[in-house]
Design a protein around this ligand. Structure first.
Ligand code: GLA
Length: 386
Protein backbone atom coordinates (compact mmCIF):
# COMPACT_ATOMS: atom_id res chain seq x y z
CA UNK A 1 0.00 0.00 0.00
CA UNK A 2 1.17 3.45 -0.88
CA UNK A 3 -0.42 5.83 1.60
CA UNK A 4 0.77 8.78 -0.37
CA UNK A 5 -1.18 7.73 -3.48
CA UNK A 6 -4.34 6.99 -1.50
CA UNK A 7 -4.13 10.52 -0.06
CA UNK A 8 -3.31 11.98 -3.45
CA UNK A 9 -6.41 10.63 -5.23
CA UNK A 10 -8.55 11.73 -2.30
CA UNK A 11 -7.11 15.25 -2.39
CA UNK A 12 -7.57 15.61 -6.14
CA UNK A 13 -11.10 14.26 -5.83
CA UNK A 14 -12.02 16.77 -3.10
CA UNK A 15 -10.58 19.64 -5.12
CA UNK A 16 -12.38 18.63 -8.30
CA UNK A 17 -15.67 17.30 -7.03
CA UNK A 18 -16.05 18.76 -3.49
CA UNK A 19 -17.34 15.56 -2.00
CA UNK A 20 -15.93 12.86 0.30
CA UNK A 21 -15.00 9.85 -1.89
CA UNK A 22 -14.50 6.22 -1.03
CA UNK A 23 -10.99 4.98 -1.78
CA UNK A 24 -10.14 1.60 -3.24
CA UNK A 25 -6.72 0.04 -3.72
CA UNK A 26 -6.53 -2.38 -6.64
CA UNK A 27 -3.29 -4.37 -6.87
CA UNK A 28 -1.13 -5.41 -9.78
CA UNK A 29 0.03 -9.01 -9.78
CA UNK A 30 3.04 -11.21 -10.18
CA UNK A 31 3.02 -14.76 -11.47
CA UNK A 32 5.64 -17.14 -10.12
CA UNK A 33 5.08 -19.76 -12.82
CA UNK A 34 2.33 -21.01 -15.14
CA UNK A 35 2.47 -18.53 -18.00
CA UNK A 36 0.08 -18.63 -20.96
CA UNK A 37 -1.70 -21.61 -19.52
CA UNK A 38 -4.73 -19.96 -17.92
CA UNK A 39 -6.57 -19.96 -21.24
CA UNK A 40 -5.62 -23.61 -21.67
CA UNK A 41 -7.37 -24.66 -18.44
CA UNK A 42 -3.98 -25.07 -16.74
CA UNK A 43 -2.58 -24.09 -13.35
CA UNK A 44 -1.08 -20.71 -12.52
CA UNK A 45 0.68 -19.37 -9.42
CA UNK A 46 0.03 -15.64 -9.12
CA UNK A 47 -0.19 -13.20 -6.22
CA UNK A 48 -1.48 -9.66 -5.78
CA UNK A 49 1.25 -7.14 -4.96
CA UNK A 50 1.70 -3.83 -3.18
CA UNK A 51 1.85 -1.83 -6.41
CA UNK A 52 -1.47 -1.00 -7.95
CA UNK A 53 -4.08 1.61 -8.73
CA UNK A 54 -5.97 3.84 -6.30
CA UNK A 55 -9.50 4.95 -7.07
CA UNK A 56 -11.50 7.74 -5.45
CA UNK A 57 -15.22 7.47 -6.18
CA UNK A 58 -18.48 9.17 -5.21
CA UNK A 59 -21.99 9.50 -6.59
CA UNK A 60 -22.78 12.78 -8.31
CA UNK A 61 -26.60 12.73 -8.55
CA UNK A 62 -26.63 12.92 -12.35
CA UNK A 63 -26.77 10.31 -15.12
CA UNK A 64 -23.27 11.10 -16.29
CA UNK A 65 -19.93 9.81 -15.01
CA UNK A 66 -16.60 11.62 -15.11
CA UNK A 67 -13.19 9.95 -15.04
CA UNK A 68 -9.92 11.69 -14.33
CA UNK A 69 -6.73 9.71 -14.98
CA UNK A 70 -4.43 11.76 -12.75
CA UNK A 71 -1.18 10.25 -14.06
CA UNK A 72 -2.06 11.25 -17.61
CA UNK A 73 -3.92 14.42 -16.72
CA UNK A 74 -6.75 13.26 -18.98
CA UNK A 75 -10.44 13.48 -18.26
CA UNK A 76 -13.68 12.52 -19.94
CA UNK A 77 -17.37 12.38 -19.12
CA UNK A 78 -19.98 10.02 -20.47
CA UNK A 79 -23.69 9.43 -19.83
CA UNK A 80 -24.25 5.92 -18.49
CA UNK A 81 -26.71 5.19 -21.30
CA UNK A 82 -24.04 5.94 -23.92
CA UNK A 83 -21.29 3.52 -22.85
CA UNK A 84 -19.51 2.24 -25.96
CA UNK A 85 -16.07 1.05 -26.97
CA UNK A 86 -13.51 3.84 -27.27
CA UNK A 87 -9.70 3.90 -27.32
CA UNK A 88 -6.69 3.54 -25.00
CA UNK A 89 -7.20 3.64 -21.23
CA UNK A 90 -10.86 4.62 -21.62
CA UNK A 91 -11.65 1.08 -22.76
CA UNK A 92 -10.59 -0.36 -19.41
CA UNK A 93 -13.01 1.81 -17.44
CA UNK A 94 -15.78 1.69 -20.02
CA UNK A 95 -15.42 -2.07 -20.48
CA UNK A 96 -16.22 -2.91 -16.87
CA UNK A 97 -19.13 -0.47 -16.69
CA UNK A 98 -20.49 -2.07 -19.83
CA UNK A 99 -20.30 -5.50 -18.18
CA UNK A 100 -22.03 -4.29 -15.01
CA UNK A 101 -24.81 -2.70 -17.05
CA UNK A 102 -25.20 -5.83 -19.17
CA UNK A 103 -25.71 -7.81 -15.97
CA UNK A 104 -28.42 -5.29 -15.01
CA UNK A 105 -26.60 -3.88 -11.98
CA UNK A 106 -28.11 -0.55 -11.13
CA UNK A 107 -25.56 2.25 -11.53
CA UNK A 108 -26.09 5.98 -11.17
CA UNK A 109 -23.80 8.81 -12.20
CA UNK A 110 -20.49 9.00 -10.33
CA UNK A 111 -17.14 10.73 -10.43
CA UNK A 112 -13.84 8.91 -10.36
CA UNK A 113 -10.20 9.92 -9.95
CA UNK A 114 -7.45 7.33 -10.23
CA UNK A 115 -3.69 7.12 -10.08
CA UNK A 116 -1.25 4.27 -9.66
CA UNK A 117 2.26 3.02 -9.11
CA UNK A 118 1.96 -0.25 -11.03
CA UNK A 119 3.87 0.19 -14.28
CA UNK A 120 1.71 -0.01 -17.41
CA UNK A 121 2.60 -2.60 -20.05
CA UNK A 122 5.09 -4.27 -17.71
CA UNK A 123 3.40 -7.65 -17.36
CA UNK A 124 2.01 -6.73 -13.93
CA UNK A 125 -1.54 -6.43 -15.12
CA UNK A 126 -2.38 -2.80 -14.69
CA UNK A 127 -5.37 -3.46 -16.96
CA UNK A 128 -7.01 -5.96 -14.60
CA UNK A 129 -6.26 -3.50 -11.78
CA UNK A 130 -8.33 -0.85 -13.56
CA UNK A 131 -11.16 -3.20 -14.53
CA UNK A 132 -11.59 -4.95 -11.19
CA UNK A 133 -10.64 -1.94 -9.06
CA UNK A 134 -13.31 0.21 -10.64
CA UNK A 135 -15.76 -2.69 -10.66
CA UNK A 136 -15.25 -3.31 -6.95
CA UNK A 137 -15.40 0.42 -6.20
CA UNK A 138 -18.79 0.64 -7.93
CA UNK A 139 -19.90 -2.50 -6.11
CA UNK A 140 -19.20 -0.72 -2.81
CA UNK A 141 -20.63 2.61 -3.94
CA UNK A 142 -23.93 1.16 -5.11
CA UNK A 143 -24.11 -1.79 -2.68
CA UNK A 144 -24.25 -4.33 -5.47
CA UNK A 145 -22.83 -7.22 -3.39
CA UNK A 146 -20.97 -8.81 -6.27
CA UNK A 147 -19.11 -12.02 -5.49
CA UNK A 148 -15.34 -11.59 -5.89
CA UNK A 149 -14.88 -14.45 -8.33
CA UNK A 150 -17.80 -13.18 -10.37
CA UNK A 151 -16.21 -9.74 -10.48
CA UNK A 152 -13.00 -11.34 -11.77
CA UNK A 153 -15.03 -12.96 -14.55
CA UNK A 154 -16.68 -9.64 -15.41
CA UNK A 155 -13.24 -8.01 -15.57
CA UNK A 156 -12.01 -10.72 -17.94
CA UNK A 157 -15.06 -10.29 -20.16
CA UNK A 158 -14.54 -6.53 -20.18
CA UNK A 159 -10.98 -7.07 -21.39
CA UNK A 160 -12.20 -9.37 -24.18
CA UNK A 161 -14.90 -7.02 -25.38
CA UNK A 162 -13.41 -3.52 -25.07
CA UNK A 163 -9.59 -3.53 -25.36
CA UNK A 164 -10.05 -6.76 -27.34
CA UNK A 165 -7.43 -8.95 -25.64
CA UNK A 166 -8.67 -12.50 -25.36
CA UNK A 167 -7.06 -12.99 -21.94
CA UNK A 168 -7.43 -15.85 -19.48
CA UNK A 169 -8.73 -15.45 -15.93
CA UNK A 170 -5.41 -15.22 -14.05
CA UNK A 171 -4.98 -11.45 -13.78
CA UNK A 172 -8.48 -10.55 -12.70
CA UNK A 173 -8.60 -13.51 -10.34
CA UNK A 174 -5.32 -12.49 -8.68
CA UNK A 175 -6.58 -8.94 -8.41
CA UNK A 176 -9.76 -9.93 -6.59
CA UNK A 177 -8.57 -12.98 -4.63
CA UNK A 178 -4.98 -12.14 -3.61
CA UNK A 179 -4.02 -12.73 0.03
CA UNK A 180 -1.32 -10.88 1.93
CA UNK A 181 2.01 -12.75 2.08
CA UNK A 182 0.69 -15.61 -0.05
CA UNK A 183 0.77 -16.78 -3.64
CA UNK A 184 -1.93 -19.15 -4.77
CA UNK A 185 -2.22 -22.11 -7.01
CA UNK A 186 -5.25 -21.65 -9.23
CA UNK A 187 -6.80 -24.36 -11.32
CA UNK A 188 -8.06 -22.32 -14.25
CA UNK A 189 -10.47 -25.06 -15.26
CA UNK A 190 -12.43 -25.35 -12.02
CA UNK A 191 -11.31 -22.06 -10.43
CA UNK A 192 -10.40 -24.00 -7.30
CA UNK A 193 -7.46 -22.42 -5.55
CA UNK A 194 -5.25 -22.83 -2.52
CA UNK A 195 -3.08 -20.21 -0.87
CA UNK A 196 0.57 -21.11 -0.48
CA UNK A 197 3.47 -19.56 1.38
CA UNK A 198 6.70 -19.12 -0.52
CA UNK A 199 9.46 -20.64 1.64
CA UNK A 200 11.72 -17.70 0.83
CA UNK A 201 13.91 -17.75 3.95
CA UNK A 202 16.74 -15.36 3.13
CA UNK A 203 15.49 -14.94 -0.43
CA UNK A 204 13.21 -12.30 -1.89
CA UNK A 205 11.33 -11.55 -5.07
CA UNK A 206 12.81 -8.93 -7.35
CA UNK A 207 11.23 -7.66 -10.54
CA UNK A 208 13.26 -5.95 -13.22
CA UNK A 209 11.20 -3.87 -15.59
CA UNK A 210 12.85 -3.87 -19.01
CA UNK A 211 10.74 -0.82 -19.91
CA UNK A 212 10.13 -2.29 -23.34
CA UNK A 213 6.64 -3.09 -24.45
CA UNK A 214 6.53 -4.34 -27.99
CA UNK A 215 3.46 -3.15 -29.81
CA UNK A 216 2.71 -6.67 -31.03
CA UNK A 217 1.80 -7.75 -27.51
CA UNK A 218 -1.98 -7.87 -27.77
CA UNK A 219 -2.27 -9.06 -31.36
CA UNK A 220 0.35 -11.77 -30.83
CA UNK A 221 -1.37 -12.77 -27.59
CA UNK A 222 -4.56 -13.47 -29.50
CA UNK A 223 -2.55 -15.38 -32.13
CA UNK A 224 -1.09 -17.65 -29.41
CA UNK A 225 -4.58 -18.36 -28.18
CA UNK A 226 -5.74 -19.29 -31.65
CA UNK A 227 -2.74 -21.54 -32.18
CA UNK A 228 -3.59 -23.45 -29.00
CA UNK A 229 -7.12 -23.90 -30.31
CA UNK A 230 -5.77 -25.10 -33.62
CA UNK A 231 -3.64 -27.64 -31.75
CA UNK A 232 -6.66 -28.95 -29.85
CA UNK A 233 -8.66 -29.20 -33.04
CA UNK A 234 -5.90 -31.30 -34.61
CA UNK A 235 -5.42 -33.55 -31.59
CA UNK A 236 -9.15 -34.19 -31.31
CA UNK A 237 -8.94 -36.37 -34.41
CA UNK A 238 -7.21 -38.98 -32.26
CA UNK A 239 -8.19 -37.79 -28.81
CA UNK A 240 -11.87 -36.97 -29.22
CA UNK A 241 -12.50 -36.48 -25.50
CA UNK A 242 -10.03 -33.68 -24.85
CA UNK A 243 -11.47 -30.26 -24.14
CA UNK A 244 -8.25 -28.28 -23.86
CA UNK A 245 -4.48 -28.72 -23.70
CA UNK A 246 -4.93 -29.44 -20.00
CA UNK A 247 -6.16 -32.87 -21.05
CA UNK A 248 -3.07 -33.67 -23.11
CA UNK A 249 0.26 -34.98 -21.84
CA UNK A 250 3.60 -34.75 -23.57
CA UNK A 251 3.49 -38.35 -24.78
CA UNK A 252 0.07 -37.88 -26.37
CA UNK A 253 1.27 -34.74 -28.04
CA UNK A 254 4.35 -36.48 -29.42
CA UNK A 255 2.29 -39.40 -30.60
CA UNK A 256 -0.66 -37.60 -32.14
CA UNK A 257 0.79 -34.20 -32.97
CA UNK A 258 3.31 -35.31 -35.55
CA UNK A 259 1.65 -33.95 -38.66
CA UNK A 260 0.69 -30.67 -37.02
CA UNK A 261 1.90 -27.35 -38.31
CA UNK A 262 5.37 -26.91 -36.73
CA UNK A 263 4.64 -23.65 -34.98
CA UNK A 264 1.37 -24.90 -33.56
CA UNK A 265 3.14 -28.01 -32.29
CA UNK A 266 5.75 -25.92 -30.48
CA UNK A 267 3.08 -23.76 -28.86
CA UNK A 268 1.24 -26.88 -27.65
CA UNK A 269 4.43 -28.48 -26.39
CA UNK A 270 5.19 -25.42 -24.32
CA UNK A 271 1.70 -25.34 -22.80
CA UNK A 272 1.70 -29.03 -21.92
CA UNK A 273 5.13 -28.73 -20.30
CA UNK A 274 4.30 -25.49 -18.48
CA UNK A 275 1.16 -26.95 -16.92
CA UNK A 276 3.22 -29.84 -15.56
CA UNK A 277 5.98 -27.48 -14.39
CA UNK A 278 3.48 -25.45 -12.40
CA UNK A 279 2.14 -28.51 -10.61
CA UNK A 280 5.74 -29.58 -9.90
CA UNK A 281 6.52 -26.08 -8.64
CA UNK A 282 3.68 -26.29 -6.12
CA UNK A 283 5.17 -29.57 -4.86
CA UNK A 284 8.55 -27.83 -4.50
CA UNK A 285 6.90 -25.26 -2.23
CA UNK A 286 5.46 -27.99 -0.05
CA UNK A 287 8.91 -29.53 0.17
CA UNK A 288 10.65 -26.20 0.85
CA UNK A 289 12.74 -26.79 -2.23
CA UNK A 290 13.43 -23.29 -3.51
CA UNK A 291 16.33 -24.47 -5.62
CA UNK A 292 14.26 -26.78 -7.73
CA UNK A 293 11.51 -24.18 -7.87
CA UNK A 294 14.04 -21.79 -9.37
CA UNK A 295 15.13 -24.35 -11.95
CA UNK A 296 11.52 -24.70 -13.04
CA UNK A 297 11.34 -20.92 -13.46
CA UNK A 298 14.39 -21.00 -15.74
CA UNK A 299 12.85 -23.87 -17.70
CA UNK A 300 9.63 -21.88 -17.99
CA UNK A 301 11.57 -18.98 -19.47
CA UNK A 302 13.32 -21.23 -21.93
CA UNK A 303 9.97 -22.54 -23.13
CA UNK A 304 8.41 -19.09 -23.34
CA UNK A 305 11.38 -17.84 -25.37
CA UNK A 306 12.09 -20.90 -27.54
CA UNK A 307 8.76 -22.63 -28.07
CA UNK A 308 6.08 -20.08 -27.29
CA UNK A 309 8.10 -17.18 -28.70
CA UNK A 310 6.78 -14.46 -26.41
CA UNK A 311 10.11 -13.21 -25.09
CA UNK A 312 12.40 -10.63 -26.69
CA UNK A 313 16.08 -9.75 -26.83
CA UNK A 314 15.92 -7.29 -23.94
CA UNK A 315 14.24 -9.73 -21.55
CA UNK A 316 16.50 -12.62 -22.56
CA UNK A 317 19.47 -10.42 -21.74
CA UNK A 318 18.13 -9.84 -18.20
CA UNK A 319 17.44 -13.55 -17.65
CA UNK A 320 20.93 -14.41 -18.90
CA UNK A 321 22.42 -11.98 -16.38
CA UNK A 322 20.42 -13.71 -13.64
CA UNK A 323 21.71 -17.12 -14.72
CA UNK A 324 25.27 -15.94 -14.18
CA UNK A 325 24.53 -14.87 -10.63
CA UNK A 326 24.89 -17.61 -7.97
CA UNK A 327 22.62 -15.67 -5.60
CA UNK A 328 19.64 -16.10 -7.90
CA UNK A 329 17.76 -19.37 -7.89
CA UNK A 330 15.36 -18.64 -10.75
CA UNK A 331 14.40 -15.97 -13.26
CA UNK A 332 11.98 -15.69 -16.15
CA UNK A 333 9.81 -13.37 -18.19
CA UNK A 334 6.51 -12.63 -16.47
CA UNK A 335 3.04 -11.98 -17.87
CA UNK A 336 1.85 -11.79 -21.44
CA UNK A 337 5.33 -11.21 -22.85
CA UNK A 338 7.04 -9.15 -25.58
CA UNK A 339 8.73 -7.06 -22.91
CA UNK A 340 7.71 -6.13 -19.40
CA UNK A 341 9.38 -7.55 -16.30
CA UNK A 342 11.53 -10.46 -15.32
CA UNK A 343 10.73 -12.08 -11.98
CA UNK A 344 13.74 -13.25 -9.98
CA UNK A 345 14.22 -15.13 -6.73
CA UNK A 346 17.35 -13.69 -5.20
CA UNK A 347 19.20 -13.75 -1.88
CA UNK A 348 17.88 -10.63 -0.19
CA UNK A 349 21.35 -9.32 0.74
CA UNK A 350 22.30 -9.39 -2.92
CA UNK A 351 19.15 -7.91 -4.43
CA UNK A 352 20.35 -4.29 -4.57
CA UNK A 353 23.77 -5.19 -5.94
CA UNK A 354 22.27 -7.35 -8.68
CA UNK A 355 19.59 -4.79 -9.52
CA UNK A 356 22.20 -2.05 -9.87
CA UNK A 357 24.60 -4.06 -11.97
CA UNK A 358 21.85 -5.46 -14.20
CA UNK A 359 20.39 -2.00 -14.76
CA UNK A 360 23.82 -0.69 -15.67
CA UNK A 361 24.69 -3.52 -18.07
CA UNK A 362 21.23 -3.25 -19.64
CA UNK A 363 21.64 0.46 -20.16
CA UNK A 364 25.01 -0.03 -21.82
CA UNK A 365 23.54 -2.58 -24.19
CA UNK A 366 20.10 -1.13 -25.01
CA UNK A 367 20.30 2.49 -23.87
CA UNK A 368 17.19 1.97 -21.82
CA UNK A 369 16.84 2.74 -18.13
CA UNK A 370 15.39 -0.41 -16.54
CA UNK A 371 13.81 -0.32 -13.08
CA UNK A 372 13.90 -2.78 -10.18
CA UNK A 373 11.06 -3.43 -7.75
CA UNK A 374 11.17 -5.34 -4.49
CA UNK A 375 7.56 -6.26 -4.07
CA UNK A 376 5.40 -7.49 -1.23
CA UNK A 377 2.39 -9.75 -1.57
CA UNK A 378 -0.88 -8.05 -0.76
CA UNK A 379 -4.59 -8.64 -0.37
CA UNK A 380 -6.87 -8.37 -3.40
CA UNK A 381 -8.78 -5.19 -4.28
CA UNK A 382 -10.26 -3.54 -1.22
CA UNK A 383 -11.44 -0.30 0.29
CA UNK A 384 -8.74 1.61 2.17
CA UNK A 385 -8.59 4.64 4.42
CA UNK A 386 -6.81 7.77 3.29
C1 GLA B 1 -1.77 -11.84 -19.67
C2 GLA B 1 -3.21 -12.33 -19.62
C3 GLA B 1 -3.36 -13.53 -18.67
C4 GLA B 1 -2.32 -14.59 -18.95
C5 GLA B 1 -0.92 -13.98 -19.09
C6 GLA B 1 0.10 -14.99 -19.52
O1 GLA B 1 -1.39 -11.28 -18.45
O2 GLA B 1 -4.08 -11.31 -19.21
O3 GLA B 1 -4.66 -14.05 -18.76
O4 GLA B 1 -2.65 -15.34 -20.09
O5 GLA B 1 -0.90 -12.90 -19.99
O6 GLA B 1 0.25 -15.96 -18.57
Amino acid sequence: MNDHLAKKVKKIFLEKFHKEPLIVFSPGRINMIGEHVDYNDGYVMPAAVDKGIYFALAENNTDTSTFYAADLNEEFSIPLNAIAKDRGWKNYVLGIIDQLLKKKYLLRGFDCVFSGDVPVGAGMSSSAAVECGLGHGLDLLFHLKIDRVFMAKLGQKAEHEFPGVNCGIMDQFANMMGKKDHVFLLDCRTLEYSYLKLPLGDYSILLINSKVHHSLASSEYNVRRQQCEEGIHYLKKNLPNILSLRDVNENDLKKYGEGMNGEVYERCLFVVQEIKRTVDAATCLEQNNLNRFGKLMYASHEGLAGLYKVSCEEIDFLVDLAKLNPNITGSRIMGGGFGGCTINIIHRDQADAFANSAIEAYKRKFRIEAEAYKIRLENGTSQVNA
